[in-house]
Design a protein around this ligand. Structure first.
Ligand code: GLN
Length: 463
C-alpha cells in the first residue's frame, strides 16, 4: 500500500511540503508498473498541477486533498486526455471536458497521475476484456485482480497511489477491492455525479473511491459527492454524517443464505467478522432478502438493455474508431464490428434483444418489476437493522483465464454485489483477512440510502 495515506499527504502539503514529493513517488511507481494496471501516466501534467497546488498553498489556501496523487479509471472524461474505456472503439478519443467527480477532486487539490486499465466498457469481473490486455493481481500475478475496475484496485493495493477512482454498475469497485485487499465504496445512487462517466447502465452506475483505509475513502467521498446540475439523476439530499458510536448498540443484519456455497476461508472470515461486530457491542440480526436470488438475472436484462442503448452512440462517426465503407449503414456496421470486443458485442446483442418489440414486456418490464421487489426487500431489512454484513465474492481471486470462456460462471462471481446497484443503496468492500494462499478476502457492508459515512465508520471498527 502507499507509504503515506491521502490525509497524511494533504496535511503535509497544507503545512508547506511540496506537492511534488508525493506526486513524484506516485509517478515513479506508475511508470514502473509490472501489473498492466496503468495504461497512461501523465508526468508533465501532474508536475504542473503539483506546482499549481504549491502556489495555491503559498498564497494561503488550504485544500482537503492538497497534493494527493490519484489514478482514474479510463471511463471518466478528463479534459484533454484520452478516454477509451479500454476499447478499440474509442481509440483516439480525447475528452473535451472533465467529469464532475474528477473536477471536484482537482478543486480539492488532488492530482491525476495516471489512468487505469479496466474491462472493456466496464463489462467484466476479471479485467480480462480490456483491449490493453489483462491486469495482474498485485498479491499473486498469476491471478485476476477482479473487475471491471481492476486497474484502479491494483494501483492502490500495490501502493502506487493512496487513492483511485473506479465505477460500479454491478460490483466493479467492491469485487476488485475485495480480491486485491483494499477498500472500495459504491456510493448511494445519485450521491456522486455521473456527468462525464462514459455510461454503461445509467440507472446503476456510480463512481466511487478505492483506498487503503476508511478515512481516505471518506475524505475523497466528501470532496466529490453532492448534487450536480449536469446530472439529472444526482440527488438533492446530502450524505448523512457518521455520528456517534460505529458499532456499540448498532444492529448488524446478516442473511443466512449468504454463508452457503462460499469457499471455506471466505466463510470463516465472514463468521470472524460477525463475531468482531458482536464483540464491539453490535447486535446481530438475521434478515432476509427474498428476491436477491433473482438479482443476477434481473441485472443482465436491465444492465444489458441500458448498455445497448448507451453504446448505440458509438457509431464510427462521432467518436473513436471509424471504418471506411460503401454507405452509411455499412460504416456503422463495420466500425462497430471492428471496434467492439467479444463481451461488448454479447452485451449489445442481449440488450437489443430484451428491448425489442415483442420481448420488451416479457423481459425488460418484468425485470423492472423484480427490481422494485428487490428495493422493497432492502427497505424491509433496514427496518430491523442499520447495515447488512456479508461476503463480497464467493471465492478469493481466481486464475487468469480460468472463467474467461464461461460467461455464466463469470456473471455468477457478482452474486453478492449486484442487488446493491439494483436497489441504489451504498455498498462498501473492506479487507478482513486472507485465505491459506495469502489471497485477500473482502467483506461487504450495505446500508440504507445515504448511510455511506456510517458504513465507513463501521468498517473502521471492524477492520
Ligand atoms: N461484473 C459485472 C458486469 O460484468 C459488473 C460490472 C460493473 O460493475 N461495471 O456487468
Amino acid at each position: 500500500m502507499s507509504r503515506e495515506t491521502a490525509l497524511a499527504i494533504a496535511a503535509a502539503v497544507n503545512a508547506g511540503r511540496s506537492a511534488r514529493v508525493a506526486v513524484e513517488a506516485a509517478l515513479a511507481a506508475c511508470e514502473a508498473d509490472q501489473l498492466n494496471a496503468v495504461i497512461r501516466v501523465h508526468r508533465t501534467r501532474a508536475l504542473a498541477c503539483a506546482d499549481a497546488v504549491d502556489a495555491h498553498i503559498r498564497s494561503g489556501a488550504r485544500l482537503p486533498l492538497a497534493g494527493v496523487p490519484i489514478a482514474v479509471k479510463d471511463n471518466m472524461c478528463i479534459d484533454g486526455l484520452p478516454a477509451t474505456c479500454c476499447s478499440r472503439m474509442l481509440e483516439g478519443y480525447v475528452a473535451p471536458y472533465t467529469a464532475t467527480a474528477v473536477a471536484r477532486l482537482l478543486e480539492a487539490g488532488a492530482i491525476v497521475v495516471a489512468q487505469t486499465n479496466m474491462d472493456e466498457f466496464a463489462f467484466g469481473s476479471s479485467n480480462e476484456t480490456s483491449c490493453y490486455g489483462p491486469v495482474k493481481n498485485p498479491v499473486d500475478p498469476s491471478r485476476i485482480p477482479g473487475g471491471s475496475s481492476g486497474g484502479s484496485a491494483a494501483v492502490v493495493a500495490a501502493g502506487y497511489v493512496p487513492v483511485s477512482l473506479g465505477s460500479d454498475t454491478g460490483g466493479s469497485i467492491r469485487q476488485p477491492a475485495g480480491l486485491c485487499g483494499c477498500l472500495g465504496l459504491k456510493p448511494t445512487y445519485g450521491s456522486v455525479s455521473r456527468y462525464g462517466l462514459i455510461a454503461f447502465g445509467s440507472s446503476l452506475d456510480q463512481i466511487g473511491p478505492f483506498a487503503a483505509n476508511a478515512d481516505d475513502v471518506a475524505a475523497v467521498l466528501a470532496a466529490m459527492a453532492g448534487q450536480d446540475p449536469l446530472d439529472a439523476t444526482s440527488a438533492p439530499r446530502a450524505l448523512s454524517p457518521a455520528t456517534g458510536e460505529a458499532l456499540r448498540g448498532a444492529r448488524i443484519g446478516y442473511v443466512a443464505a449468504h454463508a452457503e456455497g462460499l469457499q471455506p476461508a471466505v466463510r470463516t472470515a465472514l463468521e470472524a467478522t460477525k463475531a468482531r461486530a458482536q464483540a464491539a457491542g453490535a447486535t446481530l440480526v438475521p434478515v432476509t432478502l427474498p428476491h436477491e436470488k433473482y438479482a443476477v438475472a434481473t441485472y443482465y436484462v436491465i444492465g444489458t438493455g441500458e448498455a445497448s442503448s448507451n453504446l448505440s452512440r458509438m457509431d464510427g462517426i462521432r467518436f473513436g474508431h471509424h471504418a471506411e465503407a460503401a454507405d452509411l449503414r455499412q460504416v456503422y456496421g463495420k466500425s462497430r464490428a471492428e471496434g467492439f470486443g467479444a463481451e461488448a458485442k454479447r452485451r449489445i446483442m442481449l440488450g437489443t434483444y430484451v428491448l425489442s418489440t415483442g420481448y420488451y414486456d416479457a423481459y425488460y418490464k418484468k425485470a423492472q418489476q423484480v427490481r422494485r421487489l428487490i428495493c422493497r426487500d432492502f427497505e424491509q431489512a433496514f427496518a430491523s437493522c442499520d447495515a447488512i454484513l456479508g461476503p463480497v465474492s464467493p471465492t478469493t481471486a481466481f486464475k487468469l483465464g480460468e472463467k474467461l470462456s464461461d460467461p455464466i460462471q463469470m456473471y455468477l462471481s457478482d452474486i453478492f454485489t449486484i442487488a446493491t446497484n439494483l436497489a441504489g443503496v451504498p455498498g462498501l468492500s473492506f479487507p478482513t483477512g486472507r485465505d491459506d494462499m495469502g489471497l485477500p478476502i473482502g467483506m461487504q457492508l450495505q446500508g440504507p440510502m445515504f448511510s455511506d459515512n456510517k458504513l465507513l465508520n463501521m468498517a473502521k471498527a471492524l477492520g
